[in-house]
Design a protein around this ligand. Structure first.
Ligand SMILES: C[S@@+](CC[C@H](N)C(=O)[O-])C[C@H]1O[C@@H](n2cnc3c(N)ncnc32)[C@H](O)[C@@H]1O
Length: 202
């Protein structure tokens, strides 16, 4: 389900795509990406397939390429401008114009799914988590990093669907991805959550 709010978000990212890599957000995003890959590598040392959901210009996929040189990489993003840039930045990855709520990948085909600073834009977060669970193989993991501010504060800003740590864990659980790792990072503004398909969680 794509709502008007999320259409506006996607249009915003489409416009932002040309200058996104030079923007202030990169100072923080790069540190978040590095931490995500550390947490993932602890769980699965050498994944064969990696998908980045809401991949933007492909910066996280580029880091994944350096860390997992022989892995098959996929990215999805609903903003056309972002997809075009990601295709240029990570030519060896398959990048699709698609949203998290409807992933163009087969069941049980991916070892690791990543998503950074994108989740709060998704129009139907639970459907998207179920999609991620569908494409993950059993034992595969999903590492999500997203903004973590008090929900009352997030509610003052339209289009920001920030979840508390407990609500995030519950969504993961409902999607069949019990949470194994969850902590705040980067001066507590980012919540990192890792769920493993088919596990018992913590
Ligand atoms: C702040 S950017 C983050 C990009 C990248 N992950 C990074 O860490 O730099 C958020 C991205 O989420 C994408 N996005 C928005 N709605 C989405 C959805 N429903 N499914 C997947 N990605 C979405 C936007 O197009 C945008 O590229």
């Amino acid at each position: 389900m794509v709502t008007n709010d999320s259409t506006k978000d996607v249009e915003h990212f489409n416009r932002w795509s040309r200058t996104y890599d030079d923007s202030w957000i990169q100072r923080y995003a790069d540190r978040v990406h590095t931490e995500m890959l550390n947490v993932v590598t602890n769980e699965i040392a050498a994944p064969n397939t990696v998908l980045d959901v809401g991949c933007g210009t492909g910066r996280l996929l580029r880091k994944a390429r350096a860390l997992y040189p022989s892995a098959q990489l996929f990215g999805v993003d609903p903003a056309k401008g972002m997809v075009e840039l990601a295709r240029g930045q990570v030519p060896s990855a398959a990048i699709y114009l698609a949203a998290a709520e409807s992933l163009p990948l087969s069941d049980s085909s991916v070892d690791v799914v990543l998503s950074s600073i994108s989740f709060h834009h998704w129009s139907d977060q639970l459907t998207a988590l179920r999609e991620i669970s569908r494409v993950l193989r059993s034992g595969g993991c999903f590492c999500l990093a997203d903004i973590s501010i008090p929900v009352w504060l997030a509610n003052l800003v339209q289009h920001i669907k920030v979840k508390s740590p407990a609500a995030t864990s519950q969504f993961f659980e409902e999607a069949g991805l019990p949470v194994k790792v969850q902590h705040r990072t980067f001066t507590r503004f980012i919540l990192l959550t890792l769920g493993v398909k088919g596990s018992k969680g913590v």
